[in-house]
Design a protein around this ligand. Structure first.
Ligand SMILES: *[C@@H]1O[C@H](CO)[C@@H](O)[C@H](O)[C@H]1NC(C)=O
Ligand SMILES: CC(=O)N[C@H]1CO[C@H](CO)[C@@H](O)[C@@H]1O
Length: 370
């Protein structure tokens, strides 16, 4: 087999374009076959093409480095527009495990195995030895166990997406050493424990999506030192404590979702004065007044402060905001006359309902004493 491999390789080398020396090293061929044998696709024939000795030649979802012929990418998505999916009526479904043999693909830079629903077992911990890895996307499976403890060794990793699985345990502390990480998506697992305190070391991070877990502890104020962070989603966890005022000073933060946690204390004025466009703080124990600090730069596509303990009036300065799309102040303890003019003349009663004593359009008229 080794001999025939070399023959094939040499033939390809001499016949094909000089830059396209595509041949699959025997150890990598064996690794792919082992991956294939531990996965069972029921509807689509993703592995039909995985036969013969050259895995770089038309193997579905396998891409080799054109120079070295070593496997660089494995991409198996259940939801895909590829022709082999055309006949499948439903998105693909696959059972089995991700074989640790994947770690024999020494030069792998991208591993994408997504939305197969039925893939179980753990994330092979040996993945952390693949120093070329830039992308790990295993979202939408049924993976359990922990995120590999020494994930921080993957210094080139830019994308870590393991959303929609059944992962447990803490977010490993070493994750903060992923100095190239731009996109972290750990949503909808069963992760517990606190956010790593030195999260701010993730200097390149632009999206941190951690919603739908069981995370506890407070939001580290150092989070605000992540200069590029545009999207922070900690919703649907058990996070407590106050919202650090420094979050409102982040230069490019656009979306802040802290809804459905156990956050207390006031809304920092800095958040209202920030350049954010989506902010959901709904369903917490936030109290105090809504800072009357909106200004012409304020542009909120979405501002949801519902289901908290907010008191005082509806801030009049909301009139200054250049745009307020969806506003929800319902289920609080607000009181007094709802200001008139834009954006109030556009909003529906549901934005203000279930407060203590709000009145005026779009709610009922105020009695004399307001
Ligand atoms: C804000 O969060 C709440 C609670 O998690 C959720 O029900 C609501 O739909 C969110 N608001 C918007 C406008 O998405
Ligand atoms: C192109 C490339 O990255 N080649 C590397 C593949 O992996 C082997 C073993 O780890 C390295 O020695 C090569 O440099």
């Amino acid at each position: 087999m080794l001999l025939s491999f070399f023959v094939l390789c040499i033939t390809l080398t001499s016949l094909a374009l000089p830059s396209a020396v595509t041949c699959c090293p025997p150890a990598e061929l064996a690794a792919l076959l082992s991956i294939k044998s531990s996965l069972h696709a029921t509807q689509v024939g993703v592995f039909d093409s995985w036969s013969g000795h050259n895995c770089c030649l038309m193997w579905y979802g396998v891409t080799c480095d054109p120079e070295t012929g070593s496997v660089a990418e494995v991409t198996l998505r259940a939801i895909s527009e590829e022709p082999i999916f055309e006949e499948a009526t439903k998105p693909g479904y696959m059972r089995g495990i991700i074989s640790p043999s994947v770690c024999q693909l020494k030069n792998l830079s991208s591993l994408i195995v997504t939305d197969w629903k039925g893939i179980e077992g753990e994330i092979p911990s040996c993945l952390t030895s693949l120093s070329s890895l830039r992308i790990i996307n295993l979202a939408g499976n049924c993976l359990s166990g922990m995120i590999p403890k020494d994930i921080g060794k993957l210094s080139r990793l830019t994308v870590l997406d393991v959303a929609d699985n059944k992962l447990t345990g803490c977010i490993p502390g070493s994750i903060t050493r992923l100095s190239s990480l731009m996109h972290m998506d750990l949503r909808n697992n069963q992760l517990t424990g606190r956010l790593p305190r030195d999260f701010s070391q993730l200097k390149m991070l632009s999206r941190a999506l951690l919603s739908g877990n069981k995370l506890t502890g407070t939001i580290p104020s150092s989070m605000s030192r992540i200069y590029r962070l545009a999207d922070l989603d900690l919703s649907m966890n058990m996070i407590s404590g106050r919202i650090p005022a420094s979050l409102g000073k982040m230069p490019v933060l656009e979306t802040l979702n802290l809804d459905s946690n156990r956050i207390t204390g006031p809304i920092p004025a800095s958040l209202i004065r920030s350049r954010m466009s989506n902010m959901n703080l709904s369903n917490n124990g936030i109290d105090g007044a809504i800072p009357d600090m909106f200004r012409s730069r304020s542009y909120f596509m979405l501002l949801d402060l519902s289901f908290n303990n907010l008191r005082g009036k509806v801030p009049k300065s909301l009139q200054k905001a250049s745009f307020v799309g969806h506003l929800d102040l319902s289920h609080n303890h607000l009181c007094g006359r709802i200001p008139s003019g834009s954006p109030f003349d556009r909003l529906e009663a549901s934005s203000f309902s279930f407060n203590d004593c709000l009145c005026g359009m779009p709610l009922e008229d105020c009695k004399e004493n307001h």
